[in-house]
Write a protein that binds this ligand. Structure first.
Ligand code: OAD
Length: 233
């Protein structure tokens, strides 16, 4: 891969699945246990904030008991050793990329480990529950919500993501079903820009036919193998 300089990597729930974090759309996944419209929309939060806060409190607590796996570790190694531009764009709201040691990580769907104050707009690091309406550390208002992007809201840092895609030579999608836009559209955007595209996933994603190459298998096997290939040129 000597012709590759700039890489954009999109990750989804599949990259954290082997760490024990439920995916959304696989059998037994979160969206089989809960309805999106009950827990992951601004309307749900308005209608039943306790239900929504409890759901995210549970998820926030759970992710803190999980550890990065070999896929996160391989991506962190790539991030640390890659001299070209590299952007890990994750849809995941866990912090396993960072805990594995990656730093060039952008959370387009937000993070479980931030609280967002609806009164003063401040985001604060947050590890505890929100169900008891704790005060905002900045302004004291009891108006915190999870800093995650709900359906109907705009994902974060889209300009940076499209900028990175425009400069990329390679776009790699890992462990995402390709069901949620705009992330699901990145492969088409990349193709239109003439960027090479590779999919690493357990099963084919919805947009699988758009990729130049698809490799199927668990992330903990595929990702370290691909990273070795890239780093050895
Ligand atoms: P999904 O649950 O939709 O898809 C998970 C993908 O990971 C599937 O394609 C699986 O085949 C794959 N997978 C499962 N186990 C794997 C493993 N061990 N190794 C590799 N791949 C594996 O999750 P996402 O695509 O991340 O958004 O979902 C996208 C967005 O939908 C989420 O960010 C979330 C959700 O609703 C919001 O909440 C806004």
């Amino acid at each position: 891969m000597t012709d590759i300089e700039n890489i954009v990597i999109l990750t989804g729930a599949g990259v954290s699945a082997e760490s024990g974090i439920d995916t959304f759309r696989d059998a037994g996944g979160l969206w089989e246990q809960y309805r999106v419209e009950d827990v992951a929309t601004p309307e749900a939060f308005e209608r039943d904030p306790d239900l929504v806060l409890r759901f995210y409190d549970m998820r926030r607590e759970a992710i803190q008991t999980k550890q990065p796996n070999a896929a996160h570790e391989a991506l962190a190694k790539l991030d640390n050793e890659w001299n070209g531009e590299l952007q890990i764009v994750t849809q995941n709201v866990d912090d396993l990329h960072e805990r594995a040691g990656a730093s060039r990580v952008l959370h387009m769907h937000g993070t479980h480990l931030n609280a967002w104050c609806m009164a003063c707009d401040m985001r604060s690091p947050w590890t505890g529950p929100m169900i008891d309406r704790p005060p905002c550390p900045a302004c004291g208002a009891k108006a915190l919500r999870p800093d995650v992007v709900w359906f109907g809201e705009m994902p974060y840092r889209m300009d940076e993501i499209y900028g990175a895609l425009r400069r990329a030579d390679l776009f790699v999608s890992i462990g995402t079903s390709g069901a949620v836009y705009p992330a699901a559209g990145f492969v088409r955007d990349a193709k239109e820009l003439g960027v090479r595209t590779l999919e690493l996933n357990l099963d084919r994603s919805q947009g699988s036919h758009w990729f130049d190459e698809t490799r199927l298998g668990p992330a903990t096997a595929l990702v370290p193998q691909w990273v070795d290939e890239v780093l050895t040129g």
